[in-house]
Write a protein that binds this ligand. Structure first.
Ligand code: AR6
Length: 199
């Protein structure tokens, strides 16, 4: 179960990998400042420069210290929908996974696929780096304007699909946290996690 205080909702995903081994992945909704979480990795909703910005990006850079932007300069940016990894420096989390969500233009310009690929590519990096616990903010739902209800559906659906797929390639992931900043967003995530049908 979750290592975090005050989970608002939890769901366990049971996965059997192609070796026949069973994995349990716990999905948890919390309301918190993501920079405080003592998990293996936290995800940053960055922009494609990876050199910092406002919102959760600004909070992560402030808490990690200036070594983070120095490191990010070596990453050569990140296309929308992709993800790159850095150390967490002064954060309690060991790693930061930087992903770039789509800007909302009404939904017909590939936004759902790009948002899903942020979650999928971030989970893929947990496989490559032996990460067992990760927290996501509500990517694209702040400055980038993605409607929260639709973004939440994609976030949870894509994470469930991605952890199932990752288990087939040796993933060690045990816990995925949806870290909401506002009580309103947390309530939407909570409801969605309780009602979502596994695909
Ligand atoms: N912990 C958890 N969630 C947070 C925190 C925090 N400390 N601070 C804000 N949020 P946003 P985007 C929530 O705007 O929409 C930046 O300038 C926030 O309430 O941070 O993907 C980047 O550099 C919202 O629910 O990211 C990009 O230019 C969620 O994080 C651009 O913003 C995402 O809001 C990215 O926009």
């Amino acid at each position: 179960m979750s290592s975090l205080k005050h989970p608002l909702a939890q769901k366990q995903i049971d996965i059997t990998d192609n070796q026949g081994d069973e994995h349990v992945v716990t999905l948890t909704v919390i309301q918190a400042d993501i920079t405080t979480l003592p998990l293996d990795a936290i995800v940053n909703a960055a922009n494609s420069s990876l050199l910092g910005g406002g919102g959760v990006d600004g909070a992560i850079h402030r808490a990690a210290g200036k070594e983070l932007v120095e490191y990010c300069r070596t990453l050569d940016g990140c296309p929308t929908g992709d993800a790159k990894i850095s150390p967490g420096f002064k954060l309690p989390a060991q790693y930061v996974i930087h992903t770039v969500g789509p800007v909302w233009h009404g939904g017909s310009q590939g936004e759902p696929e790009l948002l899903a690929s942020c979650y999928r590519n971030s989970i893929q990096l947990t496989v490559d780096n032996d990460i067992t616990s990760i927290a996501f903010p509500a990517i694209s739902t702040g400055v980038y304007g993605y409607p929260i209800e639709q973004a939440t559906e994609i976030a949870i659906g894509s994470v469930i699909d991605s952890v199932k797929q990752a288990a087939q390639s040796g993933s060690a992931i045990e816990e995925v946290v949806f870290c909401c900043f506002s009580a309103g967003d947390a309530a939407i995530y909570q409801k969605k996690l309780e009602t979502i049908k596994e695909r």
